[in-house]
Write a protein that binds this ligand. Sequence first.
Ligand SMILES: NC(=O)C1=CN([C@@H]2O[C@H](COP(=O)(O)OP(=O)(O)OC[C@H]3O[C@@H](n4cnc5c(N)ncnc54)[C@H](OP(=O)(O)O)[C@@H]3O)[C@@H](O)[C@H]2O)C=CC1
Ligand SMILES: O=C(O)[C@H](O)COP(=O)(O)O
Length: 486
Amino acid sequence: MPQVHEAATHAFWLAGRQATGEATFDVSSPWNGRLVGKVSVPTDAQIEEAVAAAYAVRDAFAATPAHVRAAALDHVSKRLVERTEEIAQLISAENGKPIKWARGEVGRAVSVFRFAAEEARRFNGGEAQRLDTDAGGAGRLALTRRFPKGVVLGIAPFNFPLNLCAHKIAPAIAVGAPIILKPAPATPLSGLLLGELLAETDLPAGSWSVLPVPNDRMPALVQDERLPVISFTGSDKVGYAIMDSVPRKHCTLELGGNGAAVVLADYASDEDLDWAANRIATFSNYQGGQSCISVQRVIADASLYDRLVPRIVAAVEAQVTGDPSDDATDVGPLVSEDAAKRVESWVDEAAQAGAQVLTGGKRDGASYAPTVLADVPAGVTLSCEEVFGPVLTVQKVNGEAEAFAAVNDSKYGLQAGVFTHDLQTAFRAHRALEVGGVVIGDVPSYRADQMPYGGVKQSGVGREGVRFAMDDYTYERVMILTGLAL
Ligand SMILES: NC(=O)C1=CN([C@@H]2O[C@H](COP(=O)(O)OP(=O)(O)OC[C@H]3O[C@@H](n4cnc5c(N)ncnc54)[C@H](OP(=O)(O)O)[C@@H]3O)[C@@H](O)[C@H]2O)C=CC1
Ligand SMILES: O=C(O)[C@H](O)COP(=O)(O)O
């Protein structure tokens, strides 16, 4: 069985090579407090060195042949496959994520790098447009290709310590944009391990760095004019603070959500309700609910509400909680005891305001029991904010229009799931729901890594998903050829 590098001091990656700074911080398991590793913190001079190197290499990197970038991406993908078990254990140890979900995350990162390799080979063939549609354009042709906007600053959160780093790095390499990645301080080890794999490639020095920069030194990096693109995943509070502080930069913000699963009247057979209940229970609790597309709100038609809710409660109670390293565990701890205390306070607030706790509602250290609430009053925090914990609310509605209005009654708009068999309803949902993605016949928590992913309203701006992030990191530059025999 491969071993996680216990309590080793992890160097960071400065312009493609390992380096250490003057200080370190500890990374501990949220499950048992065990020290998982120590991480070296870059000094100001080292951060400057990484930025200067990325800036200096930007033109050369953009001009790298596609096969070089694709080969590097393929290499990382293959090495992730080879080291899957070790990396899954690392994710599980630093994040508290159950090992089966951690293995799934590594599998997704394998795909992200593979998709990026494929896209790198296809990217920028150019698009020709004849301009002789008017007399003034006779003999003229526009050739449009995309070029990097510049060095990318990627900021990743703790909930998918590997794959959300992959979603920043892989598209940047695919387009030839240098990237400086800041992993989340709670879970930096997976992002640093990605550096090990990148260091095995022929990518030019300076084209990538992984720097665990403390937050108090982030504003300077965010303001740095040599980094014109910021790709951030995390809370709306921090994301918008960053964007507001640099209004002239290109910011992609992938922020929170309070994902809704709608169960409509036609989804009423016993088989339908069992499927919906099981999917809802699984995906309100996966990664302890710490995914911005986890199910937070169930919006069920009144005609089936009384048959659905007991099934959901039973399926939630069947979730296996406990040690994240155990293959059988479905739900582990949250990222920290503070996070679990916050979830506890929101559930307690809702209960005091009249909500019924149908199951769960208990905390043990950093672990919070999978929880279902009904009759949650509109004004409480749980009704308005992203809970980011293993908690779901159930709500009764009359008909499709009321259900869709309830989904849209949120400041967030990331993804929604609609359980229906009706094609017309599916199209109406697609048109009516103010979200970045509508999943028909399943929960909102489905993300394929190659599809466009991102939100509207407070859920963010811009799209990730390999090709879409590549578009985001680049801009169109047109070349007009003249005097041609078109
Ligand atoms: N959309 C999503 O997937 C996510 C949503 N969230 C939501 O956010 C809540 C809080 O989680 P949290 O991890 O604190 O999320 P944050 O938004 O605070 O953190 C996300 C990333 O941004 C970093 N960061 C924090 N402050 C700054 C800053 N001023 N400048 C640059 N980078 C900064 C964080 O580092 P550091 O950890 O040191 O603060 C981390 O790497 C969650 O409960 C959840 O509701 C969180 C994570 C992901
Ligand atoms: O499945 C995923 O990739 C995540 O849910 C996306 O990450 P997010 O929770 O940060 O959106």
